[in-house]
Ligand binder design. Structure first.
Ligand SMILES: C[S@@+](CC[C@H](N)C(=O)[O-])C[C@H]1O[C@@H](n2cnc3c(N)ncnc32)[C@H](O)[C@@H]1O
Length: 259
């Protein structure tokens, strides 16, 4: 019999930001699946604990999480980044498939933020379906993304009037900033914006550990606030053992408009 495999976006950490639909689906399935990276990155235990807090808050009755150990990603050859990620996705699909075959019933993968934004759950589920060993019907339940929470916390409209937004990663920022003037940056482990050629030409709205009790927010001209962001980033990491940050960079039009 075909089983449900729901990819449930839980939002960026705050239990109040879980949608009613996500809460309903969490109550309908038999168990939850999470990718467990604690062996490689012990600090991520906290991210699993935050998912557990969300389940406690929204699931009536007992619930069960099946931890799927995350395979190690080969980072030895950064030149072949795409191939390394593909191999890792395949190993993950096999690991999740094994968990599904071992545990009967309907399942939900607990996804951080929204499943459609820099998350591998949808590709993972597609691959599980393609492999054909686990008979599952996949459904995607959207969640609030960290980008939306960043915008809300700063009271910010992400786009300029009628203008485009580039959503990119720390790895691509220096190239993308040469082309665009309004960029959201995610997955940036080292505050790459500090390496932009002319920091005084940019304004930044930065947020770390959004939705948690030690959330950090800073905004201002990049050259003026970069040191403070660096310090707050270190503070957020010290508080929890991990830091996740997202920021919007917008090229300044003129000094007068920045006042
Ligand atoms: C693997 S991506 C997951 C994004 C997620 N699917 C979303 O919709 O927000 C992880 C990146 O999202 C951003 N992120 C996720 N949660 C965050 C949070 N609570 N505060 C700030 N940034 C966050 C960071 O840029 C982090 O490096």
């Amino acid at each position: 019999m075909t089983r449900r495999l729901a990819l449930v976006g839980l939002g960026p950490g705050d239990p109040e930001l879980v949608t009613a639909q996500a809460a309903r689906v969490l109550n309908e399935v038999d168990f939850f699946l999470v990718a467990d990276k604690t062996e490689q990155h012990p600090g991520t235990a906290d991210l699993i604990a935050m998912r557990e807090t969300i389940c406690d808050r929204h699931v009536t009755g007992e619930w069960r999480i099946v931890h799927v150990p995350d395979p190690e990603r080969d980072r030895a050859d950064p030149a072949d980044y795409g191939a390394a990620v593909r191999d890792w996705h395949e190993a993950r699909a096999v690991a999740f498939e094994e968990a599904l075959l071992e545990h009967p019933g309907d399942a939900a993968i607990l996804v951080w933020g929204d499943p459609a934004l820099y998350d591998s759950a949808i590709r993972l589920a597609d691959r599980i379906v393609e492999r054909g060993n686990a008979d599952v019907a996949v459904e995607v339940i959207p969640g609030l993304s960290s980008v939306q929470l960043l915008a809300a916390r700063h009271g910010l409209v992400l786009n300029t009037i009628g203008g485009p937004i580039t959503i990119t990663t720390g790895r691509r920022l220096l190239d993308d900033a040469a082309e665009g003037d309004n960029l959201v940056v995610m997955l940036d482990g080292s505050l790459t914006c500090r390496s932009l050629p002319d920091p005084s030409a940019w304004r930044i709205w930065w947020g770390a550990n959004l939705g948690s009790s030690d959330e950090q927010l800073v905004s201002g001209r990049l050259d003026e606030v970069a040191d403070e962001i660096e310090a707050r980033r270190a503070q957020a990491r010290a508080a929890r053992g991990w830091v996740m940050d997202t920021y919007l960079l917008r090229r300044r039009v003129s000094g007068a408009q920045e006042a």
